[in-house]
Write a protein that binds this ligand. Structure first.
Ligand SMILES: Nc1ncnc2c1ncn2[C@@H]1O[C@H](COP(=O)(O)OP(=O)(O)OP(=O)(O)O)[C@@H](O)[C@H]1O
Ligand SMILES: [Mg+2]
Length: 335
């Protein structure tokens, strides 16, 4: 809050809000996010489609359309990102923070050799000669474990597999060795084996380069396997946040039924004895007409009158564990 940066925080987000206008109505895509990411740590941001995961991260990067109304604060290494001009943001993008997206097929230029695309990413941020950028690009290909990088440099995106293309995207994002890397569904389009390889690569690179990592996904399984900390989003808000170790495994203490439902949707995780709770049905609310009180109440099997009357605040109830619910689960299972 008051502009101070918590010790150790690389990124400190306070009351971040993003709204769009749609036919005269307001879409509250991100509705008051506050969290921090420490250097070298991995945060997973999880939630159903439309919960505001991408918009919240694009706001940090200054990558939203001009129609987006952004307010609140996001300080990266102490510098406020919200409200910076395009040229100021460009200086931070690449150097301090970078983002990789779900669909490399759309993000890469099909008519340009991949090595040249990496070279251009380097030269967009640093004044280096083309020959030096070439050397650095090959080095980046090696960094992302692409075999025969000198040869691959000259290939076009269509000559590479999906996993290889995603490695190229990672190489481009790492061109200036950012302190924070945001991976938005970066492995969703890949088969399970390739997905695991790319995730291992990201974690290796994180350790090698000392980066913080934000993993955006709708898949709580990914968070269980790779994250230190988990944020669960619903209708633009954080509804639960905890260290991964508190949520997953036999001793997991999930508090929100929404998180519980996401967890129960993971096929390969061991289920606890008491997961008869039907996976929560229904759809996320219309973002232009959010229900009063708790946005999840209309779908929640435990909803009572107070849920629709008053919005539960996101409060830290146990060390590092925040949740926003009037009737939380007990011992990780519905009360
Ligand atoms: N440019 C835009 N104009 C208007 N509304 C937008 C725009 N971009 C996103 N939205 C809306 O903002 C809300 C949050 O979208 P966002 O893309 O952040 O969801 P998400 O959690 O990343 O979902 P997914 O898992 O499908 O990627 C959605 O209701 C979406 O329709
Ligand atoms: Mg998204």
């Amino acid at each position: 809050m008051n502009g101070t940066q918590a010790a150790g925080a690389l990124l400190q987000v306070e009351d971040l809000r993003v709204a769009f206008a749609a036919d005269g109505r307001e879409i509250r895509a991100v509705d008051g996010l506050s969290y921090q990411v420490d250097a070298g740590r991995t945060l997973a941001i999880i939630g159903e489609s439309g919960s505001g995961k991408t918009v919240g991260c694009r706001a940090l990067m200054g990558l939203l359309p001009a129609s987006a109304e952004v307010s609140g604060s996001a300080r990266l290494r102490g510098t406020e990102m919200i409200g910076l001009s395009d040229s100021e943001l460009r200086r931070h993008r690449g150097q301090d923070m970078a983002m990789i997206f779900q669909d490399p097929a759309r993000s890469l230029n099909p008519t340009m050799r991949v090595g040249v695309q990496i070279t251009e990413a380097i030269r967009a941020h640093r004044k280096v000669a083309r020959s030096e950028a070439h050397v650095q690009a090959v080095e980046l290909l090696r960094l992302v474990r692409i075999p025969a990088p000198e040869r691959r440099f000259h290939e076009y995106p269509h000559q590479l597999s999906g996993g290889m293309r995603q490695r190229i995207m990672i190489a481009m994002a790492l061109a200036c060795r950012p302190k924070l890397l945001i991976a938005d569904e970066a492995t969703t389009a890949l088969d399970v084996t390739t997905q695991a390889q790319i995730m291992e690569l990201l974690l290796d690179l994180q350790a090698e380069l000392g980066m913080a990592l934000i993993l955006i996904s709708h898949d709580l399984g990914l968070a269980a396997s790779y994250a230190d900390e988990v944020i669960v989003m619903y209708a633009g808000k954080i509804v639960e946040q905890a260290p991964a170790t508190r949520l997953f495994g036999a001793g997991g203490t999930v508090k929100m039924r929404y998180t519980r439902a996401l967890l129960d949707a993971i096929p390969h995780l061991e289920r606890t004895a008491h997961t008869e709770l039907p996976v929560v049905s229904g759809r996320p609310p219309d973002p232009t007409a959010l229900p009063a009180g708790c946005s999840f109440a209309p779908r929640c099997p435990a909803a009572a009158d107070d849920c629709a009357a008053k919005t539960p605040p996101l409060t830290e109830h146990a060390p590092g564990h925040r949740w926003a619910c009037w009737h939380p689960c007990e011992n990780g299972v519905p009360a």
